[in-house]
Structures are given as C-alpha cells and as structure tokens.
Design a binder for this molecule. Structure first.
Ligand SMILES: *Cc1c(COP(=O)(O)O)cnc(C)c1O
Length: 391
C-alpha cells in the first residue's frame, strides 16, 4: 500500500530524517510519561504546546495558504479552541461538526463544508447557520444544494493521484474530467456559483508530486471555468500532509517549498487554503497502552494489547506506519499484535517489541493524536482511550 520509494531521499538525508523522527518520538513519550504511572486504562496524551507549534509551523511554511483544520481528525473542543487561537479556520463534514463550530463561536463564513455527499438535512442545517462554501463532485450534489441554498459557493473536488499515500481516498471521491464537464453544465443551467477547485491527495501522503498535479489541474480548470462565464476565486489544497513515522516522509517545509513554487502560477486573486488534519494534531498525541498478555502458538508469537482496531487503532490494521516503544528494554523481535476483543479482525499486524515482552508492559505509540480516540468504540466492553491534555 505505502510506497516509500516515491521521493526516495539520498542516504545522508535518510539518516538525518530517521534521527529527527526518533527524537520526535522521544519528545512525545517525555510529555506523556507521567500518565503511565498508576496506569489503569489506555490514554491518549495530547500536548497543547505541540498543537500550537504544529499550527505555527504549517502557517510559516506556506504563507499564502490558510489552514482549515479537518475537524474529523480530532474534534475535541479544547483542541479546536487552540487551533482557532493560532489563526486556523475549519473544515467540516457533518451536522455534529457544524454544531462544534457554533459552540466554538467561529465565523461560519470561514467554515468549509468539504464532504462531497451531504444529506439534504445537513445542507439545510449548514445554510441556516450561514455556511457559504460547499464541496461538490457530482451533478446530483449541485442539484441538491441548488434546491436548498441557491446562493451557495461551490468548489469542485477533482480526482488526483493518491499514489504514495498510506490511506488513499481516490475512487470514493473526486470528479473525472468528464464528471467536471457534467458539473459545469448543471451549474450553468441552475445558475449556481461554481467558483473553487479542491482535491485530496490521500492521507499521510509522502508523494509531493500529487500536490503538484492537483495544483496544475486546478489551474487548468480555473481557465476553463472563466471561459464558461464563472469567476473562480478559491483553490483548496485539501489534506494529506504526513507525519514523521520513519523520517523518510517529506517534512512540511519540503512539501511547502514545492507547493509555494507551484502557487506562483496561480492567479493572485485566487484565495488559497488547505485542510490539514493529521499533520496539525497527529504529532501532538501519544497513546499509552498496556500488554494484556502474550501467547505463543507453535511458531507464532502474539502480543495482545488493551486497545486495538475497535479502540482507536483502526488504521494499524491497514498496514499504516506506526512507532511502538516499550517501557521494557532489551533485544527486539517481531511480534504479531492484536487488540483485546474476541473479534478476529482485531489484529494490528507485525511490529518490533522486546523479545522478553510480558503482560502489563507499557507500550507508547507516538503520532496518534489524529484518527485515534475519534474512531474508537467500546465494543466488547473494553474502554476507549481517554484524552488527557498536558501543557
Ligand atoms: C479527512 C479530510 C481531510 C484531512 O486529511 P488529513 O489526511 O488528515 O490531512 C481534509 N479534507 C477532507 C475533505 C477530508 O475528508
């Protein structure tokens, strides 16, 4: 799934990247360690300072690009508040996320409704609460929005390559060139403002070229829209900015250098935004979990944890990169990890942990601030990881 051969770094940069990733993991373990004492259930420790630094770093790297935090990555109200203080706007996908924006007291005109398929009830809710911008990637969605919010501003989600992303999104969403024509046609007919373009390169994307392709395709569509009597005003670069699990992933600065260069070709009057989710919140969160038991069955060696696919580690089941650090030291070996439930899909793949791992060992998993607690259920009676904020 993940193709790290894309954007392969020279050897010296590889070594340097690995050191940066290792130091980052140690820093995250350091800010969480106090919560490993008197451990009784899984906990996601989130650093306020890290949230601020991540937002500041993103903004500094791409001065022309306004970040809209993808709320689904971690909708915790305190986290949303910190990002708002740092000058971040937001992207939502549901009624509950719209309500989170109202509660936050954010300017609803800056909230982007980026789910390409919205229920009529949720469009009504968004319209009643002054949301202006709506994503479309099919003609049907244009018709649905036109019937409820005729003065909406629409931005067109186009398909782009998701090659080199750990969590691809292409296929489910994004209009093909033919689909774009159909959307332009219906927007003209219904007199809807089609005035932006967006794309999503896939989550944890390590292939910078996907953004380049997306920006170039968007630029062509801007010209095409203008020729058809529309007034393009928005370029939305979507999400996908990666965390440093191995250090072989491009840094936000490396991605920014390429994006910034590419944006020189985008007309100045076009407002540029992005929708980082994982990047802003991921490295601010470190999961602390505990070994429930080990098991050997013939040559198979298993470690069972107190949280798993159902308890916030869904992504790990899809061979997503992960860092695991045991409190126990000693020689490492390969174990198959599993969650605590009795379901056979609750398996987390093969990972390196000390060969002498035992029940009640504490395991740290850095870089889990995004898509962890928010994806967890208490299926089978096991508690979901609770969030703990630290300074
Ligand atoms: C999930 C999502 C994002 C955030 O993606 P990350 O990979 O977390 O950066 C951004 N935009 C849309 C439309 C999304 O669905």
């Amino acid at each position: 799934m993940t193709d790290l051969a894309v954007n392969r770094l020279p050897t010296s940069a590889q070594a340097e990247g690995r050191l940066v990733a290792e130091q980052d993991a140690r820093d995250q373990i350091a800010f969480s360690a106090a919560h490993a004492e008197n451990y009784h259930e899984p906990v996601l420790v989130v650093s306020r300072q890290r949230l601020r630094i991540n937002a500041q770093r993103f903004i500094a790297a791409m001065p022309r690009v306004r970040p809209h935090f993808a709320v689904k990555a971690n909708p915790d109200p305190e986290i949303l508040g910190i990002f708002q203080q740092e000058g971040t706007c937001f992207e939502v996908a549901s009624i509950a996320e719209i309500d989170a924006m109202l509660k936050l007291g954010t300017n609803m005109k800056t909230v982007f409704y980026s789910n390409p398929i919205k229920s009529p009830a949720s469009i009504k809710h968004a319209a009643a609460n002054d949301i202006v911008w709506y994503c479309v990637d099919t003609p049907q969605e244009v018709e649905k929005i036109a019937a409820i919010k005729p003065d909406a501003k629409l931005y067109l989600r186009i398909e782009v390559s998701n090659e080199g992303s750990s969590w691809p999104l292409a296929g489910k969403f994004g209009a093909s060139p033919q689909g774009v024509e159909a959307i332009i046609e219906i927007s003209e007919k219904l007199d809807m403002q089609l005035c932006g373009v967006t794309f999503h390169v896939g989550s944890q994307c390590t292939n910078i070229n996907n953004w380049v392709e997306g920006i170039r395709a968007a630029n062509n569509i801007f010209t095409h829209l203008s020729e058809n009597g529309f007034s393009p005003e928005l370029l939305n670069l979507g999400g996908g900015y990666p965390l440093q699990f191995t250090g072989q992933e491009p840094s936000i600065e490396a991605i920014a250098a390429v994006i910034n260069h590419e944006l020189d070709a985008v007309p100045e009057h076009i407002q540029v935004m992005a929708e980082p989710g994982r990047y802003l919140v991921g490295s601010a969160g470190c999961l602390i979990t505990q070994v429930v038991g080990i098991a050997t069955r013939d040559s198979a060696r298993w470690v069972y944890l107190d949280t798993g696919v159902y308890g916030g580690l869904m992504e790990l089941s899809q061979s997503f990169p992960a860092t695991m650090v045991s409190q126990r030291t000693g020689e490492a070996g390969v174990w198959t990890l599993a969650g605590p439930t009795c379901d056979s899909i609750d398996v987390l793949g093969d990972h390196r942990l000390p060969v002498n791992t035992q029940a009640e060992d504490i395991i740290y998993m850095p870089n889990l601030g995004a898509y962890c607690t928010t994806c967890a259920s208490d299926f089978n009676g096991f508690p979901t990881p609770k969030m703990q904020m630290v300074d």
